[in-house]
Design a protein around this ligand. Sequence first.
Ligand SMILES: C[S@@+](CC[C@H](N)C(=O)[O-])C[C@H]1O[C@@H](n2cnc3c(N)ncnc32)[C@H](O)[C@@H]1O
Length: 334
Amino acid sequence: MTTIVELPIFDDRPWALPTPIFRIGTPPLKSQGIKTKLIPFIAQSINWRPGRGSRWIEPFLGTGVVALNIAPPNALLSDINPHVVSVLRSIQAGVITPESAHQVLAKMGDLLSANGESYYYEIRHRFNEEGDPMDFMFLNRASFNGIIRFSKKSGFNTPFGHRPERFRPAFLTKVANQVAWAQGQMAGKNWEFTVCDWRDSVATAVEGDFVYLDPPYVGRNADYFSQWSDAEAVALAKEVPRTEAGFALSMWLENEHRKNDHIEKWWPETDLRLASHFYHVGASESQRKPMTEALAIRRGFATSGLDTFVTGRSLRDRMADASTHSSPIDEQAG
Ligand SMILES: C[S@@+](CC[C@H](N)C(=O)[O-])C[C@H]1O[C@@H](n2cnc3c(N)ncnc32)[C@H](O)[C@@H]1O
């Protein structure tokens, strides 16, 4: 007689990076600089095996797309913009659920469809008075191109996107699924959300932690919360390596017009990994423009591979290597 012994399948390897991401999840908030398409590149480039309680620290959280996809067991997730933090915190606390998002946005969508842009501006006014995260989700989806733009004086000031019929059943299901996905990614994890300047979250980083940095681009000051100067960029470059934690900085390196020498100049003790992708400046295919994105990773925390480039060599040499070895990425996600 043959006895069949069923062997249990153990997969108790502790969570670590690099990790393959088979399906990129989309968070409930959109933004223009969202890192969606770079997720596999980030997840494959970082080498980090956290000890018990070691945290993924993300001081420039934005939509949260990186943390949500990487899904570390422990994290400190912060941003200076209280509204982006508030949406994710509300999902974590169960205040926003897939069902409530579906229900509330359906109602708001009906009113938008009946009243057009005056309803959008009514909600924008209400949001700027009260700061309700569900109103922010509505505005984020009903506004022009999902641009998150605040001014010091008037608060959220992105104009209406002129799509009054946007909140149709399929769209509502999509948004509810994004909330469900975010909820699932956070479930059972020890994630702390805070609203603070990057200095405050970086100051808590200790050996064993990993700090992922995606600061605003210098010179693009349309958003009050994303005021970012050369001085801030340099302060970040000086402060972060003083910690004992691992770190990686995301930054564009080259587009068809310009090269960015910030990494070369201010993050010299890092390993550089490059990925090329395309972004659209208009609707037609001919307006696809190449862009090289870099991850400057603290030595000892980058995965090895052909496309690891050690800074210190001339930028031109590394760019030449990048064109042969960089990871292709389709296009910028919206
Ligand atoms: C490029 S976005 C991050 C995008 C994010 N990785 C994503 O994919 O959605 C930069 C973020 O930095 C935040 N920020 C700007 N200045 C900051 C500061 N001094 N401290 C903390 N966060 C700041 C902005 O509010 C914005 O959300």
